[in-house]
Design a protein around this ligand. Structure first.
Ligand SMILES: Cc1cc2nc3c(=O)[nH]c(=O)nc-3n(C[C@H](O)[C@H](O)[C@H](O)COP(=O)(O)OP(=O)(O)OC[C@H]3O[C@@H](n4cnc5c(N)ncnc54)[C@H](O)[C@@H]3O)c2cc1C
Length: 292
């Protein structure tokens, strides 16, 4: 199906893009990679009257680490750049594990991490990863710039808290205070599919103890789920069979899966537990290997 008729603008500056969005009000949409918006428009689930394509806005394609270790990912940084990134491979194990699991190579060439956060699909992989890492989104609009923690950015399925005239300009991952470890596991029916279940684990350890933990779940609820009680069960303690078991059980309890064509609710909950066990057990095995 063809999309409904719309006006297309391709501004060359952020100020111009914001001004267009301001004038367009509720009837305007930002276009970044187009990998979610365009299919929605073709299906007429979205019918914006104005599409503001930000691909000509300079200076948004970066991902870089600040001297203190804070990671910044610009609004036009594609999934593929993150998949190939040496910086992520050496400093961000949870992100590096997730990047090759997003969709397929064609989608990864155009789609953006920031666009994925804005799209707020409960099956979007990046939202879990950024949530587990305690990340946030920086939004710019006519009233200035604000930083929104991801935990408060997603308002529900396919809903974020941006004002209609705000643009998410970057995602920010805070610097680690300890040694960073973690990973992302995704159950999919076939390569390139959305997650039946996804689990992101991000840990920081120091002196043999976990000093910060984040666990977040993809595809097992109406929005990305932060398994905060599971993460708290690890914090301040060493990783042991007991703490790992406890965290895995609490993460499974935090899941709100529904039975559908991808599997039963019980199966999905079981997979959350299994993935948390696997990710955390791998950490203890690697720590033991390093110590040997
Ligand atoms: C076949 C297929 C398979 C896929 N599989 C997966 C998968 O396995 N896992 C996964 O996580 N995703 C998957 N996706 C989605 C993909 O990751 C998209 O790239 C992503 O969801 C949206 O990013 P985008 O840059 O393409 O955003 P767009 O499609 O351009 O925009 C999406 C929404 O976010 C808004 N938006 C985008 N950028 C901004 C911004 N900077 N500021 C304000 N609003 C903004 C738009 O207005 C729109 O509402 C798949 C998509 C396809 C087509």
């Amino acid at each position: 199906m063809y999309p409904s008729r719309f006006r297309y603008e391709a501004p060359r500056s952020l100020d111009e893009a914001i001004s267009l969005l301001h004038d367009g009000g509720d009837y305007a949409k930002v276009l970044a990679g187009g990998q979610s918006l365009v299919p929605l428009m073709k299906l007429r689930f979205a019918s914006p009257e104005l599409v503001v394509d930000i691909n000509n806005v300079p200076g948004l394609s970066y991902h870089r680490a600040e001297p203190d270790g804070t990671l910044r990912i610009g609004a036009l940084c594609r999934h593929a750049e993150l998949e190939r990134s040496g910086l992520l491979k050496t400093t961000q194990p949870t992100m590096a594990a997730a990047a090759p699991l997003i969709a397929d190579p064609i989608v990864r060439n155009r789609g953006t991490l920031v666009g994925s956060l804005c799209h707020a699909d409960p099956q979007g992989d990046w939202a879990s990863v950024v949530l587990a890492l305690g990340g946030s989104v920086v939004a710019s609009g006519p009233r200035g710039t604000r930083t929104i923690p991801l935990a408060g950015f997603v308002a529900g399925p396919f809903q974020n808290v941006l004002e209609p005239d705000e643009i998410a300009v970057e995602a920010v991952i805070p610097a680690a205070q300890g040694a960073r470890s973690g990973g992302y596991l995704k159950l999919e029916r076939r390569v390139g599919d959305f997650a039946t279940v996804g689990v992101a684990v991000a840990l920081e350890t120091s002196g043999g103890r976990v000093i910060r933990a984040g666990i977040a779940l993809t595809g097992v609820g109406g929005a990305t789920i932060g398994a905060t009680e599971a993460a708290e069960a690890l914090t301040g303690r060493p990783l042991s069979a007991e703490t790992i078991e406890q965290a895995a059980g609490l993460a499974a309890q935090a899941a709100r899966p529904r039975t559908d064509h991808r599997g039963s609710a019980d199966y999905k909950r079981h997979m959350v537990r299994t993935f948390v066990l696997r990710l955390l057990s791998r950490e203890t095995a690697e720590t033991a290997e390093r110590a040997a």
